[in-house]
Design a protein around this ligand. Structure first.
Ligand code: FAQ
Length: 337
């Protein structure tokens, strides 16, 4: 359903935005610019302008935190999954999200920012993570809808990141997208089964779709005109497709899936526009989005408190692992002496 076939050429005009004025060494800057213009990859050992490095750390750490915090809304349902099969699938999915966070922290570490620094940013509330994970999962149908719509939106955003100009981020995204594709399918399949069930089950699915739809559209970030990082991110080949274009692609892909499922998407303005060859859709509540991004969504405080507690409770594990590694190292040095 969502595969690399969603890969599309870069948005037209992305490379026509002027490069940011640079105070870096002109020869190094020129070599970097030439590689970006030729659609080459930048690797950790390569020279890069500080602004490019900062932008990547900002985006990758935000992405990593999203994966880790994103484990919480669904993790909440592991103990209440309706069957052993669904429980096993959900455990695997939540574990995958943890793995994605770890690849991403590692990718950001290649840029010189440690995982401890990034976690400090998250725990102190300075670093962002995706708005979508600040909403509660009220019923089992929410778990299916997260797979279908949240993972669906995540894949739509992440397929173009497989071609990001920064090598370690791009390579991490290839595996992440394959796993997200499985997540999306398992969510959709769980909903298909519920939609063949009782009237209560069907109503539960519709209610979950009603609550998550608009939040998923907002996940793609602010409209292009209000997105301060987009032009530069696209010029550097970090982002390939704009927030609004990805949002549109997501709407167009999801409408037929909703039809097959038998649910209504909660937008009276949603309709096919023959002229644009796209669906028109209604107004997203950007005030609510920014309130949530800025820490005032329904679950922000709970999510952060859970992460901080998990980190503090895990201190003895980190200490034990480090002590073990030190002992191994000392033993090896003794044997070599
Ligand atoms: N939530 O100028 P732009 C997943 C911030 S992973 C919170 O447009 P940019 C897997 C943005 O950071 C989901 N903040 O920024 C999963 C910036 O603030 P800053 C996460 C948001 O970077 C599934 C400011 O607004 N995916 O779901 C959001 O060019 C199921 C201005 O925005 C990624 O992170 C938001 N929704 O574009 C896990 C993908 N949108 O940093 C578990 C990688 C924007 O200047 C279960 N990231 N902001 O302080 C990206 O592609 C980009 O960073 C965007 C934002 C598109 C998110």
């Amino acid at each position: 359903m969502y595969t690399q076939s969603f890969n599309v050429p870069d948005a037209p005009g992305g490379k026509t935005v002027p490069l940011a004025p640079s105070t870096e060494d002109p020869a190094l800057q020129a070599a970097f610019d030439a590689r970006i213009d030729a659609d080459g990859r930048i690797e950790p050992q390569d020279w890069m302008p500080e602004a490019y490095r900062r932008t990547l750390v900002r985006q990758i750490s935000q992405h990593a935190h999203s994966e880790i915090v994103g484990m919480l809304p669904e993790g909440n349902w592991i103990s209440r999954a309706p069957s052993l099969k669904r429980k096993a699938i959900l455990i695997a999915k939540v574990q995958d999200e943890g793995g994605h966070g770890l690849y991403l922290y590692s990718a950001a570490e290649t840029l010189g920012t440690s995982r401890d620094q990034m976690l400090e940013g998250l725990h102190s509330g300075r670093a962002k993570y995706s708005s979508i994970f600040n909403y509660p999962t009220l019923t089992w149908a929410d778990v299916g809808v997260i797979g279908w719509l949240v993972d669906g939106a995540a894949i739509m955003n992440q397929i173009p990141l497989c071609r990001c100009s920064y090598g370690p981020y791009a390579r991490a995204m290839v595996r992440v997208c394959k796993e997200e594709s499985f997540h999306q399918r398992q969510g959709y399949e769980a909903l298909l089964v519920m939609m063949q069930g009782t009237a209560e089950q069907k109503a539960m699915v519709q209610d979950a779709v009603n609550r998550w739809w608009w939040k998923c559209l907002a996940m793609f970030g602010p409209p292009d005109a209000d997105s301060p990082n987009s032009a530069q991110g696209m010029r550097w080949g970090i982002k390939r497709i704009s927030n609004d274009d990805l949002r549109q692609k997501f709407v167009d892909a999801t409408v037929p899936q909703a039809k097959v499922l038998g649910v209504t998407l909660p937008d009276p303005d949603l309709k096919w526009n023959e002229e644009r060859q796209h669906h028109d859709y209604g107004q997203i509540d950007w005030n609510e989005f920014w309130e949530t991004v800025n820490g005032n969504g329904p679950c922000n405080k709970e999510r952060l408190a859970t992460r901080v507690k998990a980190y503090n409770d895990g201190e003895w594990v980190r200490d034990a692992a480090l002590a073990h590694a030190r002992k191994q190292q000392q033993r090896k040095m003794k044997e070599a002496a």
